[in-house]
Ligand binder design. Structure first.
Ligand code: NAP
Length: 251
């Protein structure tokens, strides 16, 4: 039996003003979703994403909100509901890094990364899933990282948050699978965005050597996979982690 969603599709993409989130928002708009472009600080960049979507004939709104803050998350979901309707596709993409070796890692840098990347995903998912269950259709897509699978020196906080997202994905997937709601994670490898731009050149060259596809990823490589997971075509896939990494991790 297949269940196709009939109500309008409303996608909330957290952290969609730049990078991977921007590409995801654009791809979901192109596949017919009304899109909320969430951002934390860069209002102009978020508005540019909205304008680009509108120019292509799509529908989008930019809404500010820090996903690590309870009051911001509540306000974000209220505003999406008022402007577009109930969220049917949630992409937990907002993420930050505060890289340093464990012995130098401060409590603040631990908390900042866990609060945005993991607690933010928890709060947004909880807010979205209620109406998805009621509608008996929904998609939650968590943007994790291959660092959450492999670990990486200097990223204990980020690796813990991204691994946490994978456990969270698997647990919630099992809770809501019989309600037409799927919950999956995407684990990007090295994707060319602001987050990776500042890495030292020697490190970039070393990473490139280890990517079987022979190139870094583009945000669109991730966005296309998210668009598939957001669609009816992925209806029997839940609790999974899809690596989008050019073959970097194969186990
Ligand atoms: P990016 O270019 O640095 O963009 C980060 C986005 O997240 C921005 O839109 C930023 O908003 C938003 N953001 C940050 N903190 C937020 C908060 N507290 N609340 C709401 N929005 C917030 O990052 P990216 O490379 O596109 O990464 C996107 C996601 O993919 C992250 O979860 C990252 O961990 C993951 N990822 C990236 C790579 C990679 O190689 N790039 C690899 C694996 C996983 P403002 O513009 O307003 O600051």
């Amino acid at each position: 039996m297949t269940t196709e969603q009939s109500t309008p599709r409303v996608a909330l993409v957290t952290g969609a003003s730049r990078g991977i989130g921007r590409a995801i928002a654009t791809a979901l708009a192109a596949s017919g979703h009304a899109v909320c472009v969430n951002y934390r600080t860069q209002a102009d960049a978020a508005q540019e994403v909205v304008d680009t979507i509108a120019k292509a004939g799509g529908r989008a709104v930019a809404i500010r909100g820090d996903v690590s803050k309870r009051e911001d998350v509540d306000a974000l979901f209220r505003q999406v509901q008022e402007s577009l309707g109930a969220v049917t596709v949630l992409v937990n993409n907002a993420g930050i890094t505060r890289d340093t070796l464990l012995l130098r890692l401060s409590d603040d840098d631990w908390d900042a990364v866990l609060d945005t990347n993991l607690r933010g995903a928890f709060m947004c998912t909880k807010a979205a899933v209620r109406s998805m269950i009621k509608a008996r259709w929904g998609r939650v897509i968590n943007i994790s990282s291959i660092v959450g699978l492999m670990g990486n020196p200097g990223q204990a906080n980020y690796a813990a948050a991204k691994a946490g997202m994978i456990g969270f994905t698997r647990a919630v997937a099992r809770e809501v699978a019989n309600r037409g709601v799927t919950v999956n994670a995407v684990a990007p490898g090295y994707i060319a965005t602001d987050i990776t731009e500042d890495l030292p050149a020697e490190l970039k060259a070393k990473v490139l050597e280890a990517i079987p596809a022979g190139r870094f990823g583009e945000p669109e490589d991730v966005a296309d996979v998210v668009a598939f997971l957001a669609s009816d075509s992925s209806r029997y896939i839940t609790g999974q982690v899809l690596n989008v990494d050019g073959g970097f991790v194969t186990a």
